[in-house]
Design a protein around this ligand. Structure first.
Ligand code: 3PY
Ligand code: MG
Length: 252
């Protein structure tokens, strides 16, 4: 597994290793592929990739929570950590996705300390939180034991930007994942390449790093690529783009 300058060890321990690497500012630019339609078979036949991690998008695209276990099996075979972006803040949905054994969740549009605390409670088992114990898959030995899953709230609104320091300080929050497209719309700019959006992204990245926490972002715009070294997790682009580029090359 290519993990930049951080030795993050095996996939089972990747959540703790990434936390530690971010805290020591050793992690940088780990490249992820964002999945919005590939099923387990599609992922298996396209894993000729140098990705360091996979992001399963349950907010946009056509994937459902029931697709996660199959994708996870392929990811584990390829020794790749798999993070899932859930579609809402709903604790029950988050619990079911975590039960599948993913290494972490990314949660859209978190804007306040109260929202961040509720999410931490949904992700952490008692006494730190209220996550219910899902025994079915762990009884099969599927779930990697030991470390808590990563919890990365998305900062992608002007309100989230305003409250990011307090959000980062919440116990159980491992860092932030930035959504440049929604953030720029929320700030009143149509494109994430606007100078104001780029400034906001730099600010968010440096605040997360000052807090010793993880910062990830969706980098699928040419103007964003230069920010990659400032982040720990970089979603390079999606399976849709990969397919489009591959087909264009094939028919060229
Ligand atoms: C955004 O840029 O808003 C995203 O959510 C990317 O997935
Ligand atoms: Mg978004």
């Amino acid at each position: 597994m290519a993990y930049g300058d951080a030795d993050l060890g095996s996939v089972q321990h990747c959540a703790d290793d990434l936390r530690e690497a971010a805290a020591q500012r050793r992690a940088s630019g780990k490249r992820g592929l964002w999945l919005s339609f590939l099923d387990a078979y599609g992922l298996e036949v396209s894993l000729l990739t140098s990705a360091d991690w996979l992001g399963v998008d349950l907010q946009h695209g056509v994937l459902e929570p029931a697709d996660v276990p199959g994708l996870l099996r392929v990811a584990e075979k390829a020794d790749l950590p798999l993070l899932t972006r859930v579609s809402s803040h709903d604790a029950a949905t988050i619990g079911r996705v975590l039960d599948a054994g993913v290494q972490g969740v990314i949660v859209p549009a978190v804007e306040s300390v109260d929202e961040a605390k509720a999410l931490a409670s949904a992700c952490l088992s008692p006494p730190r939180g209220k996550r219910s114990a899902g025994v079915a898959r762990s009884a099969l030995g599927v779930v990697s034991g030991g470390s808590d899953p990563l919890l990365l709230p998305m900062v992608e609104t002007a309100d989230g930007l305003e409250h990011v320091v307090e959000i980062l300080a919440v116990d159980g929050i491992d860092g932030i994942f930035i959504g440049p497209y929604d953030l720029s719309l929320s700030m009143g700019f149509p494109s994430p390449s606007s100078p104001q959006t780029l400034d906001a992204l730099r600010r968010l990245m440096s605040l997360a790093r000052e807090a010793g926490k993880i910062v990830g972002f969706y980098a699928a715009h040419p103007a964003l690529v230069e920010l990659a070294p400032e982040a720990d997790l970089v979603a390079i682009d999606s399976d849709v783009t990969a397919l489009r580029l591959g087909l264009a090359q094939l028919f060229d």
